[in-house]
Write a protein that binds this ligand. Structure first.
Ligand SMILES: Cc1cc2nc3c(=O)[nH]c(=O)nc-3n(C[C@H](O)[C@H](O)[C@H](O)COP(=O)(O)OP(=O)(O)OC[C@H]3O[C@@H](n4cnc5c(N)ncnc54)[C@H](O)[C@@H]3O)c2cc1C
Length: 408
C-alpha cells in the first residue's frame, strides 16, 4: 500500500515534477510563490532550457526570435532542474520513478508530461515529413521556410493554420489538406468555422477540404482521389495525444484519450500523485462535464491549484473558464468558455469582415465567446462568463455596443 504523507510533512518533503514544459515549470514556480519549503525537482526529457511553445509556430519559426526559454532563475527559486532525463515508469508502492539514470524517489509527484503530436501513419521513415511540437521541430522547419519550399500541411487545425500563415509569410507555396469539410472541424461549430476557410485563400494558401492523404512519397503527397501534390516538405498537424505511455501499469487511471484522469483538486487515482496541463483531464462543475484542455492558459492556471493542494490545508478546486488564442492569417483569434452546452449563438459583426465575434448563451447567460480581432469583447465576455450574468440577446447582437452593456 502506498504511504499516505500528512500535509505538514509534505510541506517539507520532496516534490518531483515530471515534464519541464509550461505546466511543470509553473507548478515549481507556484509551489515557491505559495511558500513551499521542501525540495522541488523538475525533470524534463528535452535537453533545452525549459521554453514556451506558442512562439514555436510564430516568431521562432520565422526566425524573428531565437528561442522562447522561460525567463526564470530556477537556481534562485531553489528548483533542481534535471534536463535530458526521460522518466520511463512509476512505482507508487515505493514512491519511486524509473529513469535510465536510476530511480528517483518522491513524496509528492506531479505529472506534467504534456502531449505529443499524432503522426501520419506510414510517414515515419519518409524524409521531409515534419511535426511541430518542440523547439527541435521548429529549428528543423526554419530552413524549409527560408528555402521557400512547396509545402503541404496536413490538417487545418490550430497548428496547421499557424504554420501555413508563417510559411506564406516566408514566401512558400502552401497547400493545406484537410479530411473534414472545413477547418477546425473538431473545435468550432460549422457556421463559425466556415468563414475561416476564406482566410486561407486571402493569404494565398490553397485549402483542400474533404481531402485524405493516401500516402506520402519523397517530394510528393498523394491524395485518395489520385491528386499528386508536390511537396518539398510536409508538415503534419493532425492533433496531439497525452504523453502518458510511461504510466502504463502504474495504477494511475487513464481516460479514453490516454489522458490522466484527475479529480477537481487535480489529484490522480493514486495518492500523492497530481496531474496538470495537456496530459490530463478534470471534471468541470461549471460545464457539467470532464474537460481535457490543450491550451496554454490551462497550463498556467492548473499549477496554482496543484501547488495549493500540495501545501494547503484548505482544498483548492480547479474549475476554470478555459481560454486560448491563435494568431493566423493576420488575425488574432481568441476563445473563452465552452460552447457545447449553449442553446443560442449571437453574432456581433460580419464574419466576412476583419473584426467580429460570436457569443454563446445558455438560459440567457454567456457561456463562451469567440472573438476575431475583438480583444475587448473577449475581455468583457470572460468576466461575464465567470459571473454568470444574464444578457439581453438583442442588445448583444449590436456590435456597436460594448458587450458588457448588454446585461439584461
Ligand atoms: C507549436 C505550438 C503552438 C501553440 N500555440 C498556442 C497558442 O497560440 N495559444 C494557446 O493557447 N496554446 C498554444 N499551444 C498549446 C500550449 O503550448 C500547450 O497547451 C502547453 O504547452 C501545454 O503545456 P504542458 O506543460 O502541459 O505540456 P508540454 O508543453 O507538452 O510540456 C511537457 C513536457 O514534458 C516532457 N515530457 C514528456 N514525457 C516525459 C517523460 N516521460 N519524462 C520526462 N519528461 C517528459 C516533454 O518533453 C515536454 O517538454 C501551442 C502548442 C504548440 C505545440
Amino acid at each position: 500500500m502506498p504511504k499516505v504523507i500528512p500535509v505538514s510533512e509534505q510541506q517539507s518533503g520532496k516534490v518531483v515534477i515530471v515534464g519541464a514544459g509550461m505546466a511543470g515549470v509553473q507548478t515549481a514556480v507556484a509551489l515557491r510563490e505559495q511558500g513551499f519549503g521542501g525540495t522541488v525537482t523538475l525533470i524534463g526529457a528535452e535537453s533545452h532550457q525549459p521554453y514556451d511553445r506558442p512562439p514555436l509556430s510564430k516568431a521562432v519559426l520565422l526566425g524573428k526570435a531565437e528561442g522562447s526559454a522561460f525567463d526564470i532563475d530556477f537556481e534562485a527559486l531553489g528548483v533542481t532542474l534535471e534536463l535530458g532525463r526521460e522518466v520511463t515508469g512509476l512505482r507508487p508502492g515505493d514512491r519511486e520513478l524509473d529513469t535510465a539514470q536510476g530511480p528517483v524517489p518522491y513524496d509528492v509527484l506531479v505529472v506534467a508530461t504534456g502531449a505529443e503530436p499524432v503522426r501520419l501513419p506510414g510517414t515515419e521513415a519518409v524524409p521531409g515529413v515534419h511535426l511541430l511540437r518542440t523547439l527541435d521541430d521548429a529549428e528543423r522547419l526554419r530552413p524549409v521556410l527560408a528555402e521557400q519550399h512547396d509545402v503541404v500541411v496536413v490538417g487545418a487545425g490550430w497548428i496547421g493554420a499557424e504554420f501555413a500563415t508563417a510559411a506564406r509569410e516566408a514566401g512558400c507555396r502552401v497547400t493545406v489538406v484537410e479530411a473534414a469539410e472545413r477547418p477546425l472541424a473538431g473545435a468550432l461549430p460549422a457556421e463559425v468555422a466556415a468563414p475561416m476557410a476564406a482566410w486561407y485563400a486571402d493569404a494565398g494558401a490553397q485549402l483542400r477540404t474533404r481531402a485524405r492523404v493516401e500516402r506520402v512519397e519523397p517530394g510528393a503527397v498523394v491524395l485518395d482521389d489520385g491528386t499528386r501534390l508536390p511537396a518539398g516538405a510536409v508538415v503534419v498537424g493532425i492533433g496531439a495525444r497525452p504523453a502518458t505511455r510511461w504510466l502504463a501499469g502504474s495504477g494511475v487511471e487513464l481516460g479514453a484519450h490516454r489522458e490522466v484522469v484527475a479529480d477537481e483538486r487535480l489529484r490522480t487515482s493514486v495518492p500523492g500523485v497530481y496531474a496538470v496541463g495537456d496530459c490530463s483531464s478534470f471534471p468541470s462543475a461549471r460545464y457539467g462535464q470532464r474537460l481535457m484542455v490543450h491550451h496554454w492558459d490551462n497550463a498556467l492556471q492548473g499549477p496554482r491549484t496543484v501547488a495549493a493542494n500540495i501545501i494547503g490545508e484548505t482544498p483548492a478546486v480547479y474549475d476554470p473558464v478555459p481560454y486560448f488564442w491563435s494568431e493566423q492569417f493576420g488575425r488574432f483569434v481568441q476563445y473563452v468558455g465552452h460552447h457545447e452546452s449553449a442553446d443560442t449563438a449571437v453574432w456581433r459583426g460580419d464574419p466576412a469582415g476583419a473584426a467580429w465575434s460570436v457569443c454563446w448563451l445558455r438560459d440567457g447567460a454567456l457561456v463562451a465567446v469567440l472573438a476575431v480581432g475583438k480583444p475587448r469583447d473577449l475581455a468583457q465576455g470572460r468576466k461575464l462568463i465567470e459571473a454568470g450574468t444574464p444578457l439581453n440577446a438583442d442588445q448583444l447582437a449590436d456590435p456597436a455596443r460594448p458587450l458588457k452593456s448588454a446585461v439584461a
